[in-house]
Design a protein around this ligand. Structure first.
Ligand code: GLV
Ligand code: MN
Ligand code: MN
Ligand code: MN
Length: 396
């Protein structure tokens, strides 16, 4: 609740988009809490923040846990924040018990997980894992045309003087706790989900170019109406992605019209597509159909289709899933295995080290919404199991 005051919105949610002053303020609050437990901070060039509890053998690669503190423009209190605070609580408890563990434990706040301001999503973890080059990330622009490269230095400076970290340093294992953001656990009345994997995700930006013209005088035959073409394309795509089994997830989340005047024919429309599928083949096939459909329906306008990000479905290793199940059993808790519909930083850490995720239920399965909520007893259960699992991994 204290973190939710940084970027608080009137309807109970949070607007704490990546690389803003409030994003930095939330990190300063976290660093103050972490300092009370003696965790040592460091930061890398994309803004991933690390808080380290040193193990007894500094030559061993550390165990990482974490999530993100940035939110959607009208997001909730728990998406990302829960995983960060569960990690802080676990490391604080381990430190307070003075457990002597060989491996260091690091709490990580991944930068710009949401990607709602500077696309793509999971930017910080993908740069850390080598999935994206730093230069490419810094070239990302927000919808005001501001480049990330122009704001990152100020954002990093807001953290004060911190030791600089390299990307891609060895990781022994990574665990991430998160609210489910869907209805499965709540319906099953189960406090704890073991995540089997993350469905694939592709982001596109579609730009339709027409010609601005007078709304009262320009006959239909003379129009190159970008709005009309974009609507045609959007309707056809929506229909194409309505699969019989309701497995494909297709979203047009942003729609910008220029000049956006009631009495001018639109000259330019830019919209985004977020497409997800758990099956790698369907992710390729259905995603590859987008550009041809756009081109077929754009005339008399022009269309430009750009793919902003592309990640295949992943499956977490069975050894980590087993370890999480045992950690839950230690705490006397039942678990349920489920696939993640949302994407997470864990998908990039999965390319570097054995990785796993824990879900706790959220109210009504609602997320990316100001009303997002979760029960304290479920958050507590998830935190307890995360802590048990971290102790096992740091002892390896
Ligand atoms: C990240 O929040 C996502 O869109 O899954
Ligand atoms: Mn999240
Ligand atoms: Mn999110
Ligand atoms: Mn996410």
């Amino acid at each position: 609740m204290a973190l939710a005051s940084h970027g608080a919105l009137a309807r109970g949610g949070v607007n704490r988009q990546a690389f803003t002053a409030v994003d930095a303020d939330a990190r300063l609050q976290l660093m103050a809490w972490a300092a009370e437990s003696g965790l040592e901070p460091s930061i890398d060039a994309i803004g991933n923040l690390f808080l380290r509890l040193a193990g007894t053998d500094s030559t061993l690669p550390p165990v990482l846990t974490g999530s993100h503190l940035d939110t959607q423009p009208a997001g909730g209190k728990f998406d990302g924040t829960f995983g960060v605070l569960a990690g802080l609580e676990a490391l604080t408890a381990i430190q307070a018990r003075q457990l002597s563990l060989p491996r260091s434990l690091e709490l990580v706040v991944w930068a710009n997980e949401e990607g709602s301001r500077f696309p793509p999503t999971t930017m910080g973890s993908s740069v850390f894992a080598g999935g994206m080059k730093l230069d490419q990330a810094l070239a990302a622009r927000d919808d005001q045309g501001m480049a990330l490269g122009d704001v990152i230095e100020l954002f990093l400076a807001r953290h004060g003087e911190l030791p600089r970290r390299d990307f891609g340093t060895p990781v022994h294992a990574y665990l991430e706790a998160h609210i489910e953001q869907g209805p499965v656990l709540e319906r099953a009345e189960c406090s704890l989900g073991i995540v089997s994997g993350i469905q694939g995700l592709r982001w596109f930006e579609i730009e339709v170019q027409g010609q601005e013209a007078h709304a009262g005088t320009t006959p239909r035959a003379a129009r190159r109406d970008a709005q009309a073409a974009a609507m045609r394309i959007a309707m056809a795509l929506t229909r194409y992605f309505e699969d019989e089994d309701d497995i494909a997830r297709f979203t047009i989340g942003r729609w910008q019209v220029q000049p956006g005047s009631p009495n001018t024919v639109a000259g330019r429309v830019v919209f985004t597509i977020d497409f997800r599928h758990p099956d790698a083949g369907a992710l390729e096939r259905m995603g590859d159909a987008i550009a041809p459909l756009c081109e077929q329906l754009a005339a008399p306008c022009d269309v430009l289709v750009q793919e902003l990000s592309h990640s295949a479905p992943i499956h977490f290793p069975s050894a980590i899933r087993r370890l999480l199940t045992l950690a839950a059993r230690d705490a006397g808790m039942a678990t349920l295995e489920l696939m993640s519909g949302a994407t997470h930083d864990a998908k990039w850490l999965h390319t570097m080290a054995p990785t796993g995720m824990l879900f706790v239920p959220c109210e009504g399965g609602v997320s990316h919404n100001q009303a997002e909520s979760a029960a304290p007893e479920d958050l507590r259960a998830g935190t307890q199991v995360l802590c048990n699992a971290l102790i096992r991994l740091a002892g390896e």
